[in-house]
Design a protein around this ligand. Structure first.
Ligand SMILES: Cc1ncc(COP(=O)(O)O)c(C=O)c1O
Length: 311
């Protein structure tokens, strides 16, 4: 193997079958293990695509500054890509997100602006203050706002994940489900499966306490990255079949079970994804195959309370 840029290590992650956390009569649940990406999250795919598509169009050039608002996963991935490629990165984030994510962004060279939260809660009001601050930074000359909630380049990155699923899954993919933040992952994968003629039922997942896509009012929760309190602009109703809500407690206990019973140390939104996939596999029955995604590594959540009750 010849040496190359570390960004070439994004993607081509393993797909594993869950053995213990899915009910006995349910179908098989396959999980794409995205913590194998360089910063431990599938956001590396979207960060690389957002930067390289902008470079390709000539909108981002050497010497410019990349600006983003993020809970930390996108920021860590952007910081990684910007460090490899030599761009300055300014990130607007908040103390509502895992301290490890904030430290990761800084370690990778990002300059952080922290917008204070109301007692660590992720609320729509917090998100709009973060966006406004990022827009102020982006107004400065030589800046490029990646603007993850409106950036369709992310779909290019997630399309590759969909293509990998088509290569890796033996037999039909009966259902695919994923929690929605920007909706980039769910839409990018759905586009590829739909275009390939895959007979896949696509479900998007959201926290029950902030079920905005289901038509409920926004509310607070502690599942980082999903349930942002608005219907994300990238969410295309023609690209999913149904929305399912998942109780935060079910997501959290599934994340703990995944670690202890499957050896899958992943984060809270992964717990949400697998709780949704497990319910779906139970409904569809033993002959079906349901695919979901392990979003990121649980190492990012060890400072918080997700695994605190595991001992
Ligand atoms: C930890 C985590 N889980 C899930 C998601 C949702 O992914 P997407 O934005 O592609 O909908 C995000 C995105 O911010 C995230 O950071």
């Amino acid at each position: 193997m010849t040496a190359g840029a570390l960004t070439a290590c994004v993607g081509r992650t393993p797909l594993v079958r869950l053995g213990r956390v899915v009910p006995g009569e349910a179908g098989r649940v396959l999980v794409k293990c995205e913590w194998f990406n360089p910063t431990g999250s599938y956001k590396d795919r979207m960060a690389l695509a957002m930067i390289e598509e902008a470079e390709r169009r000539g909108e981002l050039e050497p010497g410019m500054t990349v600006v983003e608002y993020t809970g930390g996963s996108t920021g860590s991935s952007l910081a990684f890509v910007c460090a490899v490629k030599g761009y300055r990165l300014r990130v607007v984030s908040s103390d509502a997100f895992a301290a490890a994510k904030l430290r990761t962004m800084e370690a990778l060279g990002a300059e952080l602006t922290i917008v204070p939260s109301d007692r660590g809660r992720i609320t729509p009001e917090l998100m709009s203050r973060m966006v406004a601050t990022a827009q102020e930074h982006a107004a400065e000359a030589g800046s490029y706002l990646t603007d993850q909630f409106h950036n369709r380049d992310s779909l290019v990155g997630y399309a590759r994940l969909g293509e990998e699923l088509l290569e890796q899954v033996d037999g039909p993919i009966d259902a695919f489900c994923a929690g929605v933040g920007t909706a980039g992952l769910a839409m990018g994968v759905s586009m590829v499966l739909t275009a390939a003629g895959s007979p896949t039922r696509i479900e998007v997942l959201e926290p029950a306490s902030s079920a905005v896509i289901s038509g409920e009012p926004p509310g607070a929760h502690h599942i980082e990255g999903v349930g942002v309190g608005v219907v994300p602009p990238l969410l295309d109703p023609s690209l999913y079949d149904q929305v399912r809500t998942v109780e935060e407690n079910d997501a959290r206990s599934m994340a703990r079970r995944l670690a202890a019973e499957e050896g899958m140390l992943a984060g809270t939104s992964t717990g949400l994804n697998v709780a949704g996939a497990s319910a779906l596999a139970d409904e569809l029955g033993s002959a079906c195959t349901v695919v979901t995604v392990a979003v990121d590594t649980g190492l990012k959540y060890l400072d918080g309370d997700l695994f605190a009750g595991s001992r």
